[in-house]
Design a binder for this molecule. Structure first.
Ligand code: HEM
Length: 389
């Protein structure tokens, strides 16, 4: 039996990396029936699929379609994709981000740190990283009033839909409850922005590229609003948490970073390479084709596993290890091709401010009870970041 046929969703949730390593070695483009798709696990194959005209992002199988609706920025192409992305992207370009990130994130991080200290909690994941990540995205995107518990409930609920490869009705119900809640907040806000535009990405999603007097229908942008809320609120916080765990598991590297905080940008990239917070991207074969000589039939949904490509031993020495001093090289944690992450610069700059505030506040950091487990394969993060207080 091929290894992919033996893999369960639970295996992947607990620790996908040994399975990815075996697939890379034995069966790099292979069916994984438990996930209702094939997996492509090598760097070169993921790269090829992302650029190939034989594959499309318009994938009927992607869980985000059922969870959030269509059209959405992730599973559209051409002019629809350009229109949906066009409202989001400009606010998150490197020059724009550099102009506002410190001013936006430092006050949020300092307030969260004060709240964390006052709370008596020892978990930096739920008390520091996730709230900063959720608030920074929500405020920058145009949701100015929604509070942290609601935002956290939103991205946890949305993620249940986005990872539902196995089409579990329980996951779907959790996601749909949150979707109803989000729409109840978003619709009146979007209606107001349709009448009175402002400079937020939400407003640009309605107005950008439209003729004077015309507004993009709310139904057309709501699915992409949910996708951006999910990725944008969840991933920077989880990326920061991955980095903290990597550093705490490797005290020499943490000491090197404290001695030279200029290493922070490359440490962030290494954490995202080591454990990609978003592990996969879905593509569908438009015709009978081949990847690396392996036949892939028309209509096959193929999950390109960024998390595996990021540990491809033909690209990195000692790829399984966390090493902030390894020579910098591009990784795939922000995706590949036309759907490359629209929030990459915002995410990296936000993590940098978040980590600086934390490191300045805590001259020593240690786990409360040993290192945490990680969970997930579509989205992967530590289960907690409990520190000794
Ligand atoms: C460390 C944090 C983040 C990581 C690791 C990450 C990762 C990714 C990845 C892998 C994709 C491609 C998914 C695919 O092709 O299926 C993606 C797309 C996207 N990301 Fe991020 N992301 C992060 C933060 C953000 C933030 C803060 C935003 C907010 C603006 C954002 C907005 C988006 C959007 C809108 C897309 C869809 C782009 C498109 O389809 O054209 N992401 N992200």
């Amino acid at each position: 039996m091929r290894h992919g046929e033996t893999i369960t969703i639970d295996d992947l949730d607990r620790d996908p990396f040994p399975h990815y390593a075996r697939l890379r070695a034995e069966d790099p483009v292979a069916p994984v029936p438990a996930a209702n798709c094939w997996f492509a696990t090598r760097w070169s194959d993921v790269e090829q699929i992302a650029r190939s005209p034989d594959f499309t992002a318009v994938s009927d199988e992607a869980p985000v379609n059922a969870a959030f609706g269509r059209p959405n920025v992730l599973t559209s192409e051409g002019s629809v994709h350009a229109a949906l992305r066009g409202g989001i992207e400009p606010h998150y370009r490197p020059r724009q981000v550099a102009g506002y990130i410190e001013h936006l994130v430092r006050p949020i991080a300092e307030a969260q740190l004060a709240a964390f200290r006052a709370s008596g909690s020892d978990d930096l994941l739920t008390g520091y990283f996730e709230p900063i990540s959720a608030l920074a995205l929500a405020r920058s995107f145009g949701f100015m009033e929604v509070d942290v518990p609601t935002l956290r409930r939103w991205f946890h609920g949305l993620s249940q839909g986005a990872i539902n490869f196995e089409r579990d009705p329980a996951r779907d119900a959790i996601c749909q409850a949150v979707v109803t809640e989000i729409e109840a907040v978003a619709r009146p806000l979007l209606e107001r922005l349709a009448r009175a535009p402002d400079n937020s990405p939400l407003s640009h999603m309605l107005h950008s590229g439209m003729e004077a007097g015309q507004v993009r229908p709310v139904e057309m942008i709501l699915p992409s609003v949910k996708i951006t809320l999910l990725g944008g609120m969840q991933e920077p916080g989880h990326g920061a948490a991955n980095l903290l765990v990597g550093l705490m598991q490797n005290p020499d590297q943490f000491a090197a970073l404290r001695a030279d905080i200029g290493l922070l940008p490359q440490a962030i990239d290494e954490a995202l390479r080591w454990i990609a917070p978003i592990g996969t991207m879905m593509r569908t074969a438009l015709r009978d084709t081949q990847v690396n000589g392996i036949p892939v039939p028309e209509g096959t949904p193929v999950s390109c596993i960024f998390a595996s490509a990021n540990r491809d031993e033909t690209r990195w020495d000692n790829a399984e290890a966390f090493d902030i001093l390894r020579p910098p090289k591009a990784h795939m944690a922000f995706g590949q091709g036309a759907h490359f992450c629209a929030g990459k610069w915002f995410a990296k700059a936000q993590i940098e401010v978040t980590m600086r505030v934390l490191i300045e506040a805590f001259p020593h950091l240690a786990f409360a009870e040993g290192p945490p487990d990680f969970r997930g394969w579509e989205f992967r993060a530590p289960t907690h970041c409990r520190i000794a207080l």
